[in-house]
Write a protein that binds this ligand. Structure first.
Ligand code: SF4
Length: 62
């Protein structure tokens, strides 16, 4: 599983980084970017939680 953040949609609520700090980094404006690469098995549930809790629906799992 990989996570991606759509930069055009992200509004910088930073919820994803609170839920899964291992998977997202925030820029100076609080916008999120995925750390990248394959999500470790033990973080898959957190990745799904982050995607579900993003108010903008900016996080995709593939
Ligand atoms: S929760 Fe969604 S909108 Fe907020 S920073 Fe994360 S990806 Fe962006």
């Amino acid at each position: 599983v990989k996570v991606t953040v759509d930069q055009d949609i992200c509004q910088g609520h930073a919820r994803c980084a609170v839920i899964a700090p291992e998977l997202f980094v925030l820029d100076d404006m609080g916008h999120s970017q995925e750390v990248g690469g394959e999500v470790p098995k033990e973080l898959e549930a957190a990745a799904e939680r982050a995607a579900t809790n993003c108010p903008e629906g900016a996080i995709k799992l593939s």
